[in-house]
Write a protein of this length. Structure first.
Length: 77
């Protein structure tokens, strides 16, 4: 099934990802792009924009609500 979907078989995931990341990070075109560049478990490049101020404000608000709703941030077991 994996072969039908084009998913590579990876025997040593650590070696595969280290080699793939060396190639990705050496590409001068990718270094010039804004945002974050990562690779997924298949070695495909995943690009994400840098989070903006709105994102940070939402994180802060969610953290505050969790702390308030969870009695100071601790689980009540």
């Amino acid at each position: 099934m994996a072969a039908l979907l084009g998913i590579p078989r990876i025997k040593n995931a650590t070696a595969f990802h280290l080699q793939r990341w060396r190639k990705v990070s050496a590409d001068p075109r990718l270094r010039q792009l804004p945002g974050r560049i990562e690779t997924n478990r298949y070695g495909h490049i995943v690009m994400m924009p840098t989070p903006g101020f709105t994102h940070s404000n939402l994180q802060l608000e969610i953290g505050h609500l969790l702390k308030v709703l969870m009695n100071g941030g601790a689980c009540a077991h």
